[in-house]
Design a protein around this ligand. Structure first.
Ligand SMILES: C[S@@+](CC[C@H](N)C(=O)[O-])C[C@H]1O[C@@H](n2cnc3c(N)ncnc32)[C@H](O)[C@@H]1O
Ligand code: SF4
Length: 449
């Protein structure tokens, strides 16, 4: 790796699961604005639903998700009552318009729900929305939560994809992150979901965790590969203790430095690719016949709040506290605090706290950033065809970046601007060059690699 690239690995940049990114959302996009966006849906629009379950029965010290630990089920039951109200309210505004192509249960831990609550959520969604017969239904699974009854309930509501949190199999690493989960437990859940007909299983792995070494990462990857996952996500641990206080439980002296993180991610990626997987975007891998790998090859892979996806729906409706929706007109985020969210939806309102309307400039920059994050390249011709004058001025900007950086971050190759292979770990830094809001903002982000 060139020293100029290595020197930038520690830069703090957004993860670009949206553009503009969430720190730039503002309260002028409120429930009233979002209502008009929902009502503007067309009857043949395909939509996706994301349900955020903001609870876990145990907190992992590394976690940066919007979640809260609860030892009792009552707060979950209270929240679920509100989630049903929100499903009713949104369903009424959509009024049968929009056909649901994909449903995603995330969190937090959707698997901490009681089996009967899983069943009633599945029923509510199908009662209130027009869910297509071949819609996908994916669930983020914490293997420690799982039992036969929950697996049966998830299967009964039509789970087609399962994503299991693994992170690392090394006991010393697991102890340091407060997440003890044996390989055998993970294997038993993988086997159990497959036995119920789920033929898309993803495992989440992390690098950059406390006590991880090249050897321990290689061992974890090798163990994960024995489970033959259809997909693997390999995330860099985002250490953001100013945002997530419980991460202060992780001693920073135990964390690898930027060069160590890069070496771990490259080793893990090489082992996964050598095992026959295709690398997709920044941090995903899939078997070549997996639908995500196929969408990447055909240029259709997308990036949204759940990471890389083949879900092409323009509209994603987020339900639950902190959930972010994307409409044709802009982004809208629900109230983050669960109590305030419950109060809003229990009074029959939408729980929108903030968001942003998308200008043509936002759409054009967002398109470039998404292409870079998914394909490490974008077509100069397509940029101008799609966005006209705005595309022209961004094209000039891309050319300046390519020239001034000596082709280090971006290079013109035929009609495409391309991130050179050596600089791919820095793709978030390249994307940030097209982020108009970044300089003005005060938000702090995790390191690039
Ligand atoms: C909602 S959790 C997955 C479902 C379930 N709660 C579990 O942990 O198994 C989503 C994923 O986000 C990733 N994640 C959480 N905190 C992270 C952090 N600080 N940095 C990078 N990835 C993180 C983990 O890989 C985790 O599996
Ligand atoms: S990683 Fe998953 S189980 Fe752990 S605290 Fe975060 S959301 Fe909960």
């Amino acid at each position: 790796m060139q020293p100029e690239v290595a020197a930038r690995l520690g830069e703090n940049v957004p993860r670009y699961t949206s553009y503009p990114t969430a720190p730039h959302f503002h309260p002028r996009v409120d429930a009233a604005v979002c209502r008009t966006w929902l009502e503007a849906l067309e009857s043949d629009d395909e939509i996706s639903l994301y349900l955020h379950i903001p609870y876990c029965d145990k907190l992992c010290w590394f976690c940066a998700c919007h979640t809260k630990q609860t030892r009792h089920y009552q707060p979950v039951a209270t929240f679920l009552h509100s989630l049903h109200r929100e499903i009713e309210t949104v369903g009424r505004l959509v009024r049968g318009k929009g056909r649901v192509r994909a449903i995603h249960f995330g969190g937090g831990s959707p698997t901490m729900l009681n089996p009967e609550d899983i069943l009633s959520l599945g029923k509510a969604l199908r009662d209130r929305f027009d869910v297509l017969d071949d819609a996908s239904l994916s669930v983020e699974i914490d293997p420690s939560d799982m039992d036969e009854a929950r697996l049966d309930a998830l299967s009964a509501i039509g789970m087609t994809r399962a994503s299991l949190g693994v992170q690392d199999f090394d006991p010393k690493v697991q102890k340091a992150i407060n997440r003890e989960q044996t390989f055998l437990l993970t294997k038993s859940v993988v086997d159990a979901v497959r036995a119920r007909g789920v033929n898309s299983v993803n495992l989440d792995l992390l690098y950059g965790l406390p006590h991880q070494t090249l050897e321990s990462v290689a061992r974890t990857v090798a163990q994960a590969l024995t489970l033959q996952p259809d997909r693997l996500a390999l995330f860099g641990y985002a250490h953001v203790p100013w945002f997530k206080k419980h991460q202060t439980m992780i001693d920073e002296a135990w964390l690898p430095d930027s060069a160590g993180r890069l070496a771990q991610s490259q080793l893990a990626a090489r082992l996964i690719v050598d095992a026959g997987y295709e690398a997709l975007g920044l941090d995903h891998f899939a078997k070549p016949d997996d639908t995500l790998a196929i969408s990447a090859r055909t240029g259709k892979i997308r990036r949204n709040f759940q990471g890389y996806t083949e879900d092409n729906c323009e509209t994603l409706i987020g339900l639950g506290p902190s959930a972010i929706s994307r409409y044709r007109q802009g982004y809208a985020q629900n109230i983050v605090a669960t109590g305030a969210y419950e109060k809003a939806v229990d009074s029959g309102q939408l729980a929108v706290a903030r968001g942003i309307e998308l200008s043509v400039d936002d759409l054009a920059r967002g398109w470039i950033i998404e292409r870079l994050m998914c394909h490490f390249a974008f077509s100069a011709i397509e940029l101008v065809e799609r966005f006209g004058d705005v595309g022209q001025s961004l094209l000039a900007m891309a050319s300046r970046l390519a020239i001034s950086g000596g082709g280090l971050l971006l290079r013109l190759d035929g009609e495409n601007f391309v991130v050179p292979k050596d600089s791919r770990p820095l793709v978030r830094t390249v994307a940030a060059k097209f982020d108009k809001y970044l300089e003005a903002g005060t938000a702090r982000h995790s390191v690039a690699v």
